[in-house]
Design a protein around this ligand. Structure first.
Ligand SMILES: Nc1ncnc2c1ncn2[C@@H]1O[C@H](COP(=O)(O)OP(=O)(O)OP(=O)(O)O)[C@@H](O)[C@H]1O
Length: 257
């Protein structure tokens, strides 16, 4: 089997006396669309924050493509190919949709280092290149017609697409999505799923936190369930559906909620 793109070993994070993530060990398969489920407070977002470098673990390690990346900053991890979106997107509201995408880091730290030494012509050429790439990405996520709108004026679902566009500017190999379908109307959810699946077919790996069980069960493989900071289950969607512990303790309760 191919090397996992992410290897998580004994990852642990405490908040004071409370252990939010408790010795999580997981391999994320290269090219998979991995679903991460679990009740509120299970530690899903904390796990994402540990994987993306937003939080430091108390114990454990993370490897990306075989390289130990434990404790690296989000910028470094993004440059190494790991991108994420947030549960609640926060674009710069008064800037246009296009400007928001253009501001996303492209993952190429060389540009930032060389920046002050570039001639005005080079800077203009670079800006034109970034603008063109941003338009292509907006085209892909179907937001190109809104490129000049202030980002604060677009709908919640369109903001999720904008988030995806910003992540795609860096062309990461692994994308962590935090509740992509939450609060998104069905037609935009459809577009979002289509785009995620297209990117996945193109080889990108996704790890998706989602409460919408229909979404997880029909699009994710494997499905991983966390409860109280630990891995409760991992397997296919069919196995998740047939698992009595998940069904009783949790899928049923979530379907009701
Ligand atoms: N910065 C923090 N300080 C203290 N406690 C925190 C912090 N962040 C998270 N927690 C606690 O850690 C636990 C796990 O939270 P987390 O947000 O990771 O859960 P989750 O599975 O993502 O839940 P949800 O589905 O509601 O987003 C919760 O009990 C939460 O209150």
């Amino acid at each position: 089997m191919a090397e996992p793109i992410l290897s998580i070993r004994g990852l642990t994070r405490d908040f004071g006396p409370f252990r939010a993530v408790d010795g999580v060990t997981l391999d994320i398969r290269t090219g998979s669309m991995t679903g991460l489920i679990g009740p509120n407070g299970a530690g899903k977002s904390t796990l994402f924050n540990l994987l993306t470098g937003a939080l430091a673990p108390n114990a454990g390690s993370v490897s990306l493509k075989g390289r130990d990346v434990t404790g690296l900053s989000p910028d470094r991890l993004f440059a190494l190919g790991l991108g994420r979106t947030f549960q609640i997107p926060r674009p710069f509201a008064r800037m246009s949709v296009l400007e928001n995408v253009m501001l996303a880091p492209t993952g190429q730290t060389g540009e930032r280092i060389l920046g002050p030494f570039l001639s005005a012509g080079r800077v203009r050429a670079e800006e034109a290149r970034i603008r063109q790439r941003a338009m292509e990405v907006l085209e892909f996520v179907t937001l190109a017609p809104l490129a000049d709108q202030p980002a604060g004026k677009i709908s919640g679902g369109q903001m999720k697409l904008l988030e995806l566009a910003r992540v795609l500017m860096g062309d990461p190999e692994v994308i962590l999505l935090d509740e992509p379908a939450a609060g998104v109307n069905p037609s935009l959810t459809r577009i979002l799923i289509d785009k995620i699946e297209e990117l996945n077919r193109g080889g990108k790996t996704f790890v998706i936190i989602e409460h919408d069980m229909d979404f997880v069960m029909s699009h994710c493989d494997p499905v991983i369930a966390l409860a109280e900071g630990r891995v409760l289950f991992q397997g296919t969607a069919a196995e998740a559906r047939a698992n009595p512990v998940l069904l009783d303790a949790y899928l049923g309760a979530m379907a009701d909620g």
